[in-house]
Ligand binder design. Structure first.
Ligand code: SF4
Ligand code: SF4
Ligand code: FES
Length: 231
């Protein structure tokens, strides 16, 4: 076991536990977007950054393991400002208009913006015109809303085991693609399992004609954890 302090509270957690899990298990909330329990952590969104005493760097809580004697701060003013900036950057990179979005009121990005008090962005907004693929029988991807969290890629690969989804290009130009950049209807690996739509935090992948509130089954995390434990 490892002993450390999170926000001044003494905690004891198993060796190799990530800071995010150590905090969660001790009822300390750290905001996340790309992380989803049961999937391998990716460390892409940088929302979960924390301070570690003795270092001037910030560390992603989802991919940094605990070590003995660590003193971690999860909620300083500096971190709050940093997180607000991150949300503003995400909102400005693609076309996010909550009032006309299928995920309005069921969007993790919107809910974090509300929680962190982000009601505008200081960055110039990109009104993107990325391709919307609605060729699948019932699944749709609107790449204009995608925040590149890669949850869909990881669930498709790690849980469904087919790796239909992947990324093309890099940085803010990256795009979710199916197979070798096929239209969804031509994908020969997709099993139509819907897991990607279940885990998408912003409704960029959704089920046509079905409200996102229905698509996002609350028990998806338990399902993913159970499937992973069975392997
Ligand atoms: S429906 Fe299932 S198999 Fe198809 S892309 Fe989504 S997660 Fe992968
Ligand atoms: S489609 Fe959704 S789950 Fe996939 S990377 Fe984009 S935002 Fe994340
Ligand atoms: S939740 Fe840790 S980097 Fe996204």
């Amino acid at each position: 076991m490892v002993n450390l302090k999170i926000d001044g509270i003494e905690v004891e957690v198993p060796k190799d536990t990530m800071i995010l899990k150590a905090a969660k298990d001790n009822r300390i909330d750290i905001p996340t977007l790309c992380n989803l329990e049961g999937l391998i952590s990716y460390g892409g969104c940088r929302l979960c950054l924390v301070e570690i005493s003795g270092s001037s760097k910030l560390f992603p809580a989802c991919t940094t393991p605990v070590s003995p004697g660590m003193e971690i701060t999860t909620n300083s003013n500096k971190l709050k400002e940093y997180r607000k900036m991150t949300i503003q950057l995400l909102l400005s990179e693609r076309t996010h208009i909550c009032s006309v979005c299928v995920a309005n009121d069921h969007c993790e990005l919107q809910s974090l913006a509300n929680q962190l008090g982000v009601d505008h962005t200081i960055f110039e907004r990109n009104w993107t015109k990325e391709e919307i693929d609605s060729t699948h029988d019932f699944l749709v991807i609107d790449r204009n809303r995608c925040i590149l969290c890669t949850r869909c890629i990881r669930v498709c690969d790690e849980i469904e085991g087919v790796h239909t989804l992947d990324l093309r290009l890099r940085g803010k130009d990256a795009q979710i693609i199916m197979d070798m950049d096929n239209q969804w209807i031509n994908s020969c690996s997709c099993t139509s399992c819907r897991k990607c739509s279940n885990v998408c935090p912003v409704g960029a992948i959704y089920i046509e004609g079905e409200p996102v509130s229905h698509t996002k089954k609350k028990d998806i995390v338990e399902f993913i954890k159970t499937r992973r434990n069975r392997k």
